[in-house]
Design a binder for this molecule. Structure first.
Ligand SMILES: Cc1cc2nc3c(=O)[nH]c(=O)nc-3n(C[C@H](O)[C@H](O)[C@H](O)COP(=O)(O)OP(=O)(O)OC[C@H]3O[C@@H](n4cnc5c(N)ncnc54)[C@H](O)[C@@H]3O)c2cc1C
Length: 344
């Protein structure tokens, strides 16, 4: 069994998707000892291509992760494909820290923890949806709307607020049918607005996705008829993969998707030393947002670690190394650094 405590770590990152790898890359480049523990199952692994990601539009999500692994390892970050089953606060030789335990029983310890474990999607129980997930069945207009331009779009609304997705999709096609059975009774006013914008509503239950080979051709309805559609926009429920955050007792906030970890603008949680980034902090974060949040947490953590090093040196100097203290023009021992996270 691998013993990660053979080496000491500044930061452990749980989860190696866009958010976790982005954080790890910046921290490793800052010469921090970074360990990424990752099951390697990014949320968008079902999709052959991702979109809206600058310079990587149409790139494979799994290739993005493979590139990220290479880049982190090239600057001495360590990545292991293991499942973290537990995270707990501990007192280490150097102060407060965190211990994480893998399913194989390996343990790793660090003073800072970034949780980037993401989310998963629960699809409505309609036969055929799961098989097409990420290809003919998608969810995000920003990710896949452009590719649906001019096609027959079926919107499988799961809630009344979810009808907003139909309005977004109207930009891409004049052939949009909204299947409302899972959403409940659509108020007349909403129905009229959707129809005024040129969309059809169908209240019959969807019983099956109909395909020809691997291509969606329609949605079968409760009365046996098949409504022809080329692509289905569904409304899955995102579920946080936040077991470690809950073990650590972080505060949560209510979101339309249920309770989610509360963070500040840098991804800092209510537990000192623990950050949550990407979908762990925001279920709606697309790849660029997830990567940005990981980067922001990394800058903040590195600034904290530098401030700690400066504080320790300041203590040593003021405690006895009088020569060093005397040669320092500014004898102010306040260790607050006036720099922003970028060191400006
Ligand atoms: C079908 C689909 C298509 C999408 N298309 C797009 C698109 O075109 N453009 C776009 O910008 N966004 C798209 N998204 C959204 C995209 O998936 C997210 O923005 C992105 O995955 C968030 O990155 P993340 O790093 O937060 O989480 P993830 O990418 O999910 O990474 C989390 C990682 O943590 C690992 N992990 C979880 N728990 C543990 C544990 N206990 N121990 C170790 N490792 C663990 C997981 O295996 C995973 O590798 C799509 C989503 C879906 C579902």
């Amino acid at each position: 069994m691998e013993n990660f405590n053979d080496r000491s770590w500044d930061v452990i990152v749980i989860g190696g998707g866009a958010a976790g790898l982005s954080a790890a890359l910046i921290l490793a480049r800052a010469r921090r000892r970074v360990l990424v523990l990752d099951v390697r199952q990014p949320r968008n692994r079902f999709a052959p291509h991702m979109h809206g990601v600058l310079s990587r539009d149409g790139y494979s999500p799994l290739d993005l992760v493979a590139d990220g692994y290479r880049e982190v390892r090239a600057v001495d970050g360590v990545i292991a494909n293991v499942d973290v089953i537990e995270a707990r606060a501990v007192t280490t030789a150097t102060g407060p820290g965190f211990e994480v335990v893998t399913d194989g029983g390996a343990v790793a310890t660090a003073s800072r923890l970034i949780v980037a474990t993401g989310a998963r999607d629960e699809l409505p129980a309609v036969p055929g949806l799961a098989e097409q997930w990420g290809r003919g069945v998608v969810a995000c207009p920003y990710c896949d709307g452009y590719e649906a331009t001019g096609r027959a779009i079926g919107v499988l609304a799961g809630s009344l607020p979810g009808l907003h997705k139909a309005h977004m999709l109207r930009s891409y096609s004049s052939d949009v049918t909204v299947f409302t059975a899972l959403a409940g009774v659509v108020p007349e006013a909403d129905r009229l607005v959707l129809e005024d914008r040129g969309m059809r509503l169908d209240d019959r239950a969807v019983t099956r996705v109909v395909t020809d080979g691997d291509t969606i051709t329609g949605l079968e309805l409760a009365d046996g008829t098949v409504a022809p559609v080329d692509v289905v926009f569904a409304e899955p429920t995102p579920v946080a993969r936040d077991e470690q955050l809950r073990q650590l007792g972080v505060d949560r906030i209510d979101t339309p998707f249920g309770p989610w970890t509360a963070v500040d603008a840098s991804g800092r949680t209510s537990v000192d030393g623990v950050w949550a980034v990407g979908n762990s902090a925001n279920p709606g974060a697309l790849v660029p947002i997830a990567a940005g949040s990981g980067a922001m947490a990394a800058l903040t953590i590195n600034a904290e670690l530098v401030a700690e090093e400066v504080a320790a040196a300041t203590e040593r100097v003021t405690a006895g190394e009088r020569g060093a203290a005397a040669s320092t023009p500014d004898t102010d021992t306040d260790t607050d650094t006036d720099t922003d996270t970028m060191g400006h």
